[in-house]
Design a protein around this ligand. Sequence first.
Ligand SMILES: *Cc1c(COP(=O)(O)O)cnc(C)c1O
Length: 385
Amino acid sequence: MKVMQKQKRIFLSSPHMSGNEQRYIQEAFDLNWIAPLGNNVDGLEKDIAEYNNIRGAAVVVSGTAAIHLALRLLNIGPEDTVFCSSLTFVASANPIFYQGATPVLIDSEMDTWNMSPVALERAFGEARENGKLPKAVILVNLYGQAAKMDELMSICDSYGVPIIEDAAESLGSTYKGKKSGTFGKYGVYSFNGNKIITTSGGGALVSDDEEALKKATFLATQARDKAVHYQHSEVGYNYRMSNIVAGIGRGQMEVLDERVAQKRAVFERYYEAFGNLDGIEFQPELEETMSNRWLTVLTIDPELTGVSRHEIIKRLNEDNIEARPVWKPMHLQPLFEDVKYYPHEEGNSVSDYLFEYGLCLPSGSNMSVEEQERVIEILKGLIKI
Ligand SMILES: *Cc1c(COP(=O)(O)O)cnc(C)c1O
């Protein structure tokens, strides 16, 4: 009996190699530079800094590790609070707990789906009244779209509080011509397997403060003091990226702009199919910004489209196609049960709305046009037009 052949799986976003990665890895083998130092690590740091037009980069084992290092560099400890976007992946906020500090969660606004300047201003106002300002603000550029940096930075500047810019999803994006991730005191990129480029796992901390990056590298290699014997005066981590992994990164950096163009083409095809439908709203691209469109995300109004987000995900999955809800906001997570949350306006939580109706569509830069047609046809069958 013939078994029904399952259609090839279509992922949200899967690794897409350039072909040159193995050349860099081979070089590391030829030099026997397999350790967590070496030419590929140096080369990748240079590539990242040059691409983003920033003074320096320190590559580490993950984006999460880079956020953790940024908090350490800002001396954040158990007495401190840190403001953080609520609508994000948990990795943005987990390092606040690593440092024993207290997170305060800030809602999104509808123009970018990122941190609401209105909510941030309210949170700062109350913090000042209570006599305790946060020691940092972690702000996220979701799905590749830059946040309202001018507004957010001007608020943070007026309180003298540094920004850690979580650009894990927005490598390659720009805001007024400047690269996403280069606005805060520190910026963070991720090279996890599903990101726009990947090293299988990895991350980078970037900054114009080269001394601070040296300190980050020191902390990331067990905080070894200068001495022949092993001597340590503060707590360190084993966070350094290996020279092999960095080789993958070098091959990937060569095609980053190509990947951005491919992701944007995926978005355009979805937009062409559904952009004019009542009840479907794509994540906006703010004026004077360019999103890498890491994932194509939209909201579905079940009343107007006749289908719920849940039904769409289920139906696509039956066809071996991965689709997911928008990130579940941190203020709705059990882990953050006791954490203070500032909605966009009293009684209007934008991230709750985006979570309830938001849908991430398969957006791989390596997804063929035919594969995307498969997704679009199923959606057209479900949506009442
Ligand atoms: C992926 C991601 C991270 C963390 O990156 P890892 O490299 O997986 O540790 C942080 N923040 C956001 C918003 C992410 O999407």
